[in-house]
Design a protein around this ligand. Structure first.
Ligand SMILES: [Zn+2]
Length: 114
C-alpha cells in the first residue's frame, strides 16, 4: 500500500465516520422524539412502533459499523492495517476501498462464516 493509497483510505474512513455519526443522530431523534413530536393517534402510534423497530435495527448496524471504522482509523498507521487477521496476507486494495474497516480477506471471511 502506498502512502497516497493510505491517505485516501484515511480520508474515506473520516468521511464514513462523519456520515454514520449524522445518520445515528437522525435515528436517535426518530427513536426518542421530543415532547409534542410523538404520534398523535392510535394509527400513528402503531406506525410509530413499526418505524421504531426498523430504526433500532438500522441504529444497531450503524453503530457497529461506526465502531469498526473507528478501530480501523486508529490502526491505519500501524503495519497490521490491511493485513488479514486470519491468514496474515495483505487484503486487496479494492476490498479496502469498499470496506476500509475490513480485518479479514474475502476467503477467510467466508471460511469463518462472517
Ligand atoms: Zn485471509
Amino acid at each position: 500500500m502506498t502512502k497516497e493509497e493510505k491517505q485516501k483510505l484515511k480520508e474515506s474512513i473520516e468521511q464514513e465516520i462523519e456520515t454514520l455519526s449524522e445518520e445515528i443522530a437522525v435515528i436517535q431523534k426518530a427513536l426518542y422524539p421530543e415532547k409534542g413530536e410523538g404520534p398523535s393517534d392510535k394509527v400513528a402510534h402503531l406506525n410509530f412502533k413499526l418505524d421504531q423497530s426498523i430504526h433500532i435495527q438500522r441504529y444497531e448496524e450503524a453503530t457497529k459499523r461506526l465502531n469498526r471504522l473507528k478501530h480501523a482509523y486508529l490502526k491505519i498507521d500501524t503495519p497490521q492495517y490491511g493485513i488479514c487477521q486470519e491468514c496474515e496476507e495483505p487484503i486487496p486494495m479494492e476490498r479496502l476501498k469498499l470496506m476500509p474497516e475490513s480485518i479479514y480477506c474475502v476467503a477467510c471471511m467466508e471460511e469463518l462464516g462472517l
